[in-house]
Design a protein around this ligand. Structure first.
Ligand code: UD1
Length: 459
């Protein structure tokens, strides 16, 4: 039978070095709060129950994190007395009895479920404590993992370490798995007799060994264990996360001309045979169908792009943009809350907002749906096969019928019936010969001004 697992996620840290009015675990990576990445990883590693330890901004963190976890209960750590006391804030959850207790810092967004799974596997294989560590050339500040004969003997905090111990570059990432039936007795035995006067979670290693237990270290890639302490760390995590996600997408059949310039979000869904050209930015809530091309410098958010569509270059799809198969939104176009029907074309310099564009319709350059009257938003409906001439303003609410024509430069304020041709502009008048008269008058005027100036400067 599968082993039961509680994940205790620590998120009570102040995060003062972020210099932010927002608590650090709510800062986003891939447009998802850091804490949510941690909850997802714990869930992927089989944590069926989760205890979230909160401090400042508890309500906001709870609201963000709970949807990404399983069976989440929350605890507030009243006094920040160290990582050991933080875990014990979730005492009642731990006391319910689980096979495995995973302790995870809420500020490590890149932690992989496979690595957490390896720590759990070590417990299943007989260890009482399995600590996740990483190797670094700059171990300053981290707790060092002291090993002997393949077992973990102790974790020595930097401040408490000897010079010899400080030379060790195998470091504690702060994440560990503890055997559920021993967890409370080990945690309760932690004291604060150390350089910082804190209750160190790391002490469970030595406490366990003194009681005859076994502790091991899990060697994990440092990239997974980056903790967010500053904005620099946040940017580093973002960069690593993007690299990882882009690689997954490419391996799943998505082409990228210059992957390092493409940004995606945590929930981006892209089908195979999509091409993302350089400098494409994809915000939350985007789905792109097979065979579509997103040309350079396009920005998409909350949008659906159907199969074999073409977007950009320099296009902006805002929330509610819904491009059906084979449709096109070209350069310098913005689409918001609008359906672009199958094979419809919105090619150049156009704004389509709060609209339905029928299949096969063609919107000429500079078409604007005037959807806002300063108070309310109104809908524009454009029938299938309709043709809207360039530089037309469609003043919503308005409907352009199926296969209708709108003459270029029209301001359309009335509905246009199916198959009708709408002229919404003043009729053109030609005055024969008047251009010559006009040009002569302008030249005379110019000559008069030059004469005035030269007389003035002679005085
Ligand atoms: C801890 C480890 C250290 C490890 C390092 C990795 C201990 C004693 N030391 O040190 O071995 O190398 O992480 O980054 O565990 N927290 C609370 N409540 C508290 C204290 C901490 O919730 O009272 C949370 C923080 O929000 C943070 C995490 O625990 O997410 C780590 O706390 P921090 O004080 O940064 O630990 P370090 O001193 O870095």
């Amino acid at each position: 039978m599968a082993r039961s697992c509680l994940a205790v996620v620590l998120a009570a840290g102040e995060g003062t070095r972020m210099k932010s009015s927002m608590i650090k675990v709510l800062h986003p990576v891939g447009n998802l709060p850091v804490i949510c990445h941690v909850m997802k990883a714990a869930s992927g590693a089989g944590a069926d129950t989760m205890a979230l330890v909160l401090g400042r901004d508890a309500d906001a963190v709870r609201d963000a994190a709970v949807p990404y976890g399983n069976n989440v209960s929350t605890f507030v750590q009243e006094q920040r007395l160290g990582t050991g006391s933080a875990v014990l804030a979730a005492r009642t959850a731990i006391a319910k009895g689980f096979d495995d207790v995973l302790v995870i810092f809420g500020d490590t967004p890149l932690i992989g479920e496979e690595t957490l799974g390896r720590a759990r596997a070590a417990l299943a294989a007989g260890a009482d404590v399995a600590v996740i560590g990483f190797r670094t050339e700059n171990p300053f500040g981290y707790g060092r993992l002291l090993e002997s004969d393949g077992e973990l003997v102790a974790i020595r905090e930097h401040k408490d370490a000897t010079d010899e111990e400080r030379a060790i570059n195998f470091c504690n990432a702060g994440l560990m798995a503890i055997s559920g039936d021993k967890a409370l007795s080990l945690l309760d035995a932690i004291d604060c007799d150390n350089a910082k006067g804190e209750y160190y979670l790391t002490d469970v290693v030595e406490i366990s060994r003194r009681a005859g237990g076994k502790a091991v270290a899990i060697d994990a890639p440092w990239e997974e264990l980056i903790g967010i302490d500053t904005r620099v760390g946040l940017a580093e995590a973002e960069s690593l996360w993007q690299q990882r996600r882009r690689r997954e997408l490419m391996l799943a059949g998505v082409s990228m001309t210059a992957p390092e310039t493409v940004f995606v979000s945590h929930d981006t869904v892209i089908s195979p045979d999509v091409l993302l050209e350089p400098n494409v930015v994809i915000g939350p809530g985007v789905e792109i169908g097979a065979g579509a091309t997103i040309h350079a410098f396009s920005h998409l958010e909350g949008a659906t792009v159907g199969a074999n569509c073409s977007v950009g270059p320099f296009a902006r799809l805002r929330p509610g943009a819904d491009m059906q198969d084979r449709s096109k939104v070209g350069n310098f176009c913005e689409v918001k809350k609008a359906v672009i029907g199958e094979a419809a074309k919105v090619n150049h310099l156009t704004y389509v907002g709060d609209a339905f564009v029928g299949a096969g319709a063609n919107l000429g350059a500079g078409t604007i749906t005037c959807n806002y009257d300063g108070v309310n938003k109104h809908v524009t409906t454009i029938g299938q096969g309709a043709f809207v001439g360039s530089n037309s303003a469609l003043v919503a609410p308005v409907t352009i019928g199926n296969n209708a024509y709108v003459a270029s430069g029209s301001v359309v304020t009335m509905n246009v019936p199916d198959d009708a041709l709408a002229f919404g502009r003043a009729r053109q008048v030609n005055k024969d010969g008047l251009a010559t008269t006009l040009r002569r008058r302008n030249e005379d005027e110019k000559q008069r001004r030059q004469n005035d100036n030269s007389q003035g400067s002679g005085r």
